[in-house]
Design a protein around this ligand. Sequence first.
Ligand code: CA
Ligand code: CA
Ligand code: CA
Length: 458
Amino acid sequence: MQSLKVTLILGLFFLFSLVSLALFFNLDGEANFSSLATRSTDATKKNSATGSREFEKSEVISKTDKVENEPSALFNDPAIKQAWGLKKSDAARAWKVTKGSKDIIVAVIDTGIDIHHEDLKDNLWKNPGEIGLDKNGKDKSTNNIDDDKNGYVDDVYGWNFVSNTADLTDNHGHGTHIAGIIGAMAGNQKGISGIAPDVSLMIIKYYDPKVTSTDNLKNTINSINYAIKMGAQIINYSGGGTDYSQDEFDAVKKAEKNGILFVAAAGNERSNSDQFHYYPADYKLSNIISVTALDPSKEVLASSNFGIETVDLAAPGQNIISTLPGNSYGFMTGTSQATAFVSGAAVLVKANKTEFKFDDIKRYILSTGDPSTTLAQKTRTSRSLNLFKSLTILDQGMSANGIVVSTPVNEVFTTKSDAKLNPDSSTGSLFGKSLLEAVQKSNPKPRLGGKKDSQDIP
Ligand SMILES: [Ca+2]
Ligand SMILES: [Ca+2]
Ligand SMILES: [Ca+2]
């Protein structure tokens, strides 16, 4: 009886131990496995950040890995360290893939440029028909003859549609600033580096704060047509207005037909562009990328327009350092600056995949951005620009013949819904307003070549 009791107790104890042991191994083993899996995934991500789409993870990486991610480690340009936007958009790693190409022409339709700027002069496009010597041995660039018969006399670097001359003097600073963000020269121990330090910048002036009696909308349309005529592949347009213009729409559509990507500022009206349209950013055309601006914490600026149907992407736009007239540098804020980031990105993508058409470039830039829940309320893609991913994810998804073989980034967005275009309200747009608002008001104050800009709008 006693031995039966002992056997029973021992048996129960044995059974209990077995169950406990089994439970222990099972649960603990499972827990260990999952935590290991998590760690190895993290480790993999840290070692090869290429495939990671976890934006928070890549943020951490960019703060810890100086060699890989510090833009100033790659180039000796002293002010790069102040260019937070380059760091946040992963420029340093992108530059290891490509720095752009002089074969790619970006038309910067803006307030002109300082053509002599130390950090820009070698990256300016030159009209091949207006350089060299004419049959009389005179310099075509200054012979007062329209040598290439394009309708513009001595248009070497572009054209000024305000004064209808070849004089591109930037009386504001905005155009020089935008040009620098896209394509300032890198590695010259001066200033900054553009997103695409190898590029050709075609300069077209549509706005001048000193000239009030000019039609900025008409100048814009003429500028777009010039960019098309002279072979730009990308147009950067950082202006805009709230009035629809059929002529402007037609010009951007013509650019679309010619395979030109049109990168446009979402505007600084503090408004929802889905309700209050802003043009040309909101035209329903496949070649337009509409860009809004981010602060360093990757939040959309309060001043920036937004819209889950009309605004495509967000990019750095607050306190952006870039070139200003007179070999100077300074900070500006606005969707204009963010737009320039995306134009620079387009150059890099195009340089990396020369066979790409504008729609390929657009698709890759939009789909490879860093996702964010806050951007879901503000943009169509819920994403912010990531230069590196737009180049590397692209590589991974391509077969040898250039066909997209995987579809991680295709068709993830709905098309812009029927934007309430109003062709009847095509009165003169307030072009230039947003551009002036784009000037940073508070610290750090931009230096506009020593000039006080009385037209700043709060
Ligand atoms: Ca000419
Ligand atoms: Ca000439
Ligand atoms: Ca430089």
